[in-house]
Write a protein that binds this ligand. Structure first.
Ligand SMILES: Cc1ncc(COP(=O)(O)O)c(C=O)c1O
Length: 373
């Protein structure tokens, strides 16, 4: 990308608060003191002490679990792939929020699984809409296998499923015989309000996907999943056949980070930055987008989702924005059904507040050019 372009596009975490020297020493110690173990093959389930740490971490999301419930994955993206491959045959349907994570859509499409969206409001998935979609799709002869949901600070919408709706969504899916895939990489990246219990805390059959990417590092490629024992065993077989296991060195580094570092203090510093940046973005948006636009106001995560007024195209605005030196992601990639032409996703995770403000001044110029056409 050209220097000078301000990117509100990518969803990269800010890593500047990480204690790199200490992490370097920890990595070096791991290799010099435990090299024969951390550079060797390991167990398909992942190393036990990391599973123990993660089981404890799950209690923040209200999920009681032990290390035996957890499978370490090579990133939650792989978790999505494994769960989909286990549950679905080509032609089956997975329900997902409208809009949803583009990486999940790609996985579903790669496995020839159809994505059908469920409408959301500011409290997330609408239970009555979920029921309606299940009934409608089944009446049309479609086989609906799962609901894929990002309940906390959805990527791309930033919306959180309300606490009240979580047990209702779990119940609807249980009654319909549909597996809930709860993808929660952003749950701990909350800058306002209290943590909300995971959907899995209401129903043990939910498959929960966690990730170290947004609370530590995406480069180490460590995620995990929590699932009922029989399901977890099948997923472990699939994981073993795909990657054998997640990198031993990465697992040990993740373990050292969770066990020996004050990672919650580091995350809290990073979250302070995200809060400031979200605030800078939200304050500047009214002057930058066409009159009549609306947008979400997330209390965590990385993203704000905007909707332009009728007749205004996000792609056209994008082309002008690039000329002005700022980028975001046009919305259509976050839908499997061709919608999203009036939507855009802004990420506030990486740019400093001044750069965000400057980016939105540039976007304002793009908006002015679009409306004078
Ligand atoms: C909703 C969602 N799920 C999964 C992932 C992938 O996470 P990981 O790095 O653990 O593979 C991302 C990454 O941005 C994401 O936004």
């Amino acid at each position: 990308m050209e220097p000078g372009i301000i990117s509100l596009a990518g969803g990269n975490p800010d890593l500047t608060a990480l204690p790199l020297n200490e992490l370097g020493q920890a990595a070096s110690r791991l290799i010099s003191a435990q090299g024969a173990e951390v550079l060797q093959y390991g167990a398909g389930s992942g190393i036990l002490p990391l599973r123990e740490e993660l089981a404890q971490l799950m209690s923040t999301a209200g999920v009681a679990s032990g290390p035996e419930d957890i499978l370490i994955t090579a990133g939650s993206q792989l978790g999505i792939e494994l769960v989909t491959a286990m549950l679905c045959d080509p032609g089956d349907v997975i329900l997902a929020e409208a809009p949803t994570y583009v990486g999940a859509i790609s996985t579903f499409m790669g496995l020839e699984v159809a994505v059908e969206h469920v409408m959301c409001d500011e409290d997330g998935l609408i239970p009555a809409e979920l029921e309606r979609r299940i009934t409608e799709l089944r009446a049309a002869g479609r086989i609906v296998k799962a609901l894929y949901t990002i309940p906390n600070f959805n990527n791309p919408s930033g919306i959180t499923l309300s606490a009240e709706r979580r047990p209702i969504i779990a119940q609807i899916c249980r009654d319909a015989g549909i597996t809930v895939i709860e993808d929660d990489p952003y749950g701990l990246v909350r800058f306002e309000g209290e943590h909300i219990p995971a959907i899995r805390s209401f129903d043990d059959s939910v498959i929960y996907l966690g990730s170290m990417s947004k609370i530590f590092s995406p480069g180490i490629r460590i995620g995990w999943l929590t699932a009922p024992a029989a399901v977890r065993e099948r997923l472990q077989l699939l994981s073993e056949s795909a990657v054998i296991h997640a990198s031993m060195l990465s697992q040990h580094l993740a373990l050292a980070y969770l066990r020996d570092f004050d990672w919650r203090a580091t995350l809290s510093k990073t979250i302070d930055r995200y809060r400031e940046r979200a605030d800078a973005l939200l304050r500047a948006l009214p002057a930058a987008l066409p009159a009549g636009s609306t947008w979400t106001g997330p209390s965590g995560g990385f993203f704000v989702w905007a909707t332009l007024p009728d007749g205004v195209s996000a792609d056209e605005l994008f082309d002008l924005a690039v000329e002005e030196g700022v980028v975001f992601i046009p919305g259509s990639g976050f839908f499997a059904d061709g919608s999203g032409a009036r939507n855009l996703r802004f990420s506030f995770s990486l740019e400093a507040p001044d750069r965000i403000r400057e980016g939105l001044v540039r976007l304002g110029r793009a908006t002015a050019r679009l409306s004078s056409r």
